[in-house]
Design a protein around this ligand. Sequence first.
Ligand SMILES: [Zn+2]
Length: 332
Amino acid sequence: MKKNLGLYIYPETLLQLRGLKPIKAIADFIDLRNSIHKESTIPLTRVDIGEFRSVHTHTYLDALIRRSQGKKPEINPDLSMECLDLYDFLPGYEYGLGGICAAIDLMKKGVLDRAWCFALPGHHAHPALGHGYCLLNTQAAGARYAQRNGFKNILIIDWDFHHGDGTQMIFENDPTVHQISIHNAVDLYMNKMMMTHLGYTTYGKQAGHCNIPLLNRTLGEDFYFHEMGDEFSGELYNAGNCMEAYQSALENLPFAPDMIFIFDGHDSHTDDLGREITDWKDDDFKFLAQAALDVAGKFGCPVISSPGGGYNTTTLRRLNELHMAILEDYQR
Ligand SMILES: [Zn+2]
């Protein structure tokens, strides 16, 4: 019988997440959820770390592996400060991608429509650069695995508060993968890395993707142009018109998707970082997810969702539960 939702969890990943309190909150939630939905859990699978070579350079990956083994790499991996302590998490990435690949295997057989796969957030991880707490880009590697298994056109929808810059760079000028990223126009991580321009509409279009950068609704465009000068280029949005832009992006896809990935970041909630920028409440996340599932229904394609960022643990827990319920119960 076809299942609506497969859940994938690797408990050891969660135990490793020492200082990362928000992710630990997901872990607590998963324990609860897992005990309720044991029958729909995808079996534990671990991929070889080499599976990440589909989206990261050999030099970068080899350097991470050597670091995780306590050895000095020939060339240090290009990492921002917040990624320096993540070497120990490599097994977690192997299991995170393992879950996504296991879900894809079931989807290929036609026995699974939707999956929620716990994986460490990866949307800031570039081919040879880790930043914003993202060492490896698990969803991007999942997209490549899906393509090798017959799912040609991949749509990635990212509503995390921060721009999916790593994913965009990995699939830059790749007409078979299209990312829609809604994010704060002044991205903290991107500012720090001097790569703010990557999140703007102009750059997104040039790279074959759709960026929907949002301004703080209380400040207005003049403030940003004055503060940021030439950094801004292309169209900018705000809390009032971002959903319209999102719907328009979904209605104007460059292809019929064969699989949809969702990067379900909850830091964009108004009780987290989104106040006066997204202003999103629970119902808005419901809308975002349902609109994505409407597209999946229209094209008859499977959906894999993984959690993104989130720093308000109360909101995070509630929204994960809401998101899973939508994935499980959605009927077109
Ligand atoms: Zn984020």
